[in-house]
Design a protein around this ligand. Structure first.
Ligand SMILES: [Zn+2]
Length: 151
């Protein structure tokens, strides 16, 4: 709480004159708000990170198809292919690739999700710093306006 330098009465924030003795406050330096806002340079995001992730996921999902082709090629080399054996080997290969692909996809998605969360938090902090800077500017403009109108 500020006090009148003339009579010592409590001074209202934003008041130009003392309510007790009529002393003018406009010529006195108003309390400065802490303007410690810094404009932090945001880290550059990798521009092709998302596309690489999509490509990796698609590759993982197509792994069972690749396994099927490989199984077909392997079975084609045999003179008397057993249909049961062919289906069994295809199921094993396809299932193994499908599991591997989904594990890889889950790992990629989890890493992307955590990275996006950090980026959002960073942007939130940046926005808060900008708001603080704008508030400090607004206070300075208000003080300047009061000085001009009371001068
Ligand atoms: Zn006073």
């Amino acid at each position: 709480m500020q006090h009148c330098t003339n009579c010592g009465a409590p001074r209202d924030a934003g008041a130009n004159f003392c309510g007790n003795c009529g002393h003018r406050f406009a010529d006195e330096p108003a309390p400065e708000p802490a303007a410690t806002a810094t404009t932090a340079a945001s880290a550059d995001d990798t521009p092709y990170g998302g596309e690489m992730t999509v490509a990796a996921v698609l590759l993982s999902l197509f792994m069972p198809l690749i396994a099927l082709i490989v199984a077909l090629v392997m079975r084609a080399g045999e003179l008397r292919p057993s249909r049961r054996g062919f289906l069994k080997s295809w199921a094993i290969a396809s299932g193994a690739w499908l599991c591997t692909g989904w594990i890889v996809a889950l790992l990629i998605f989890s890493s992307v999700a955590s990275g996006a969360g950090g980026s959002v938090r960073e942007q939130h902090g940046e926005a808060e710093r900008e708001c603080a800077a704008a508030g400090a500017d607004r206070h300075a403009a208000d003080r300047l306006g009061r000085r001009l109108t009371s001068a």
